[in-house]
Design a binder for this molecule. Structure first.
Ligand SMILES: [Zn+2]
Length: 147
């Protein structure tokens, strides 16, 4: 997964990628890698969220919907499919984290939860644009969290 529109401070205009799943590079394995860099706007402290998941499973999802404001992008999809991609705001995920070398149960919220759901989709054969409203892609409901 990557962000469609780079933030203003990305001088190189490179689409920042945040995740890659094994099937995207020709491996029929239930694995993906996630790396999200977040900068706290006040303190400018950098926080890195990183997981290398093997056989992950989403075991819980919130009813609360969240979407990324500018939509989602993907290495495996030609051209940008624009619109809000409806995801759960909070998920619980179980699997083996290769970086930690142990079985983990992770509660993820917000952007981290969205990236997990995007990459999990690659293991389950669905792509982000399946989750965009076909007739009104940018329609939003007031109780959705837009990130
Ligand atoms: Zn993708």
């Amino acid at each position: 997964m990557w962000f469609l529109h780079p933030k203003k401070n990305n001088a190189n205009k490179i689409k920042p990628a945040v995740g890659l799943a094994a099937p995207q590079i020709g491996h029929n394995l239930k694995m993906y890698y996630i790396r999200i860099e977040e900068t706290d706007e006040e303190t400018e402290n950098k926080k890195i969220i990183e997981h290398a998941m093997i056989n992950p499973k989403i075991i819980g999802k919130s009813e609360q919907i969240a979407c990324i404001e500018e939509g989602e992008g993907c290495l495996s999809v030609n051209g940008d499919k624009e619109g809000f991609v409806l995801r759960s705001f909070r998920i619980i995920i179980e699997g083996y984290d290769y970086l930690k070398q142990q079985q983990v149960t992770i509660t993820a919220r917000g952007l981290e939860a969205i990236v997990f759901q995007h990459e999990q989709g690659h293991l389950e054969g669905n792509l982000y644009y399946d989750l965009i409203n076909k007739t009104e892609p940018w329609m939003k409901k007031s109780d959705w969290i837009i990130l």
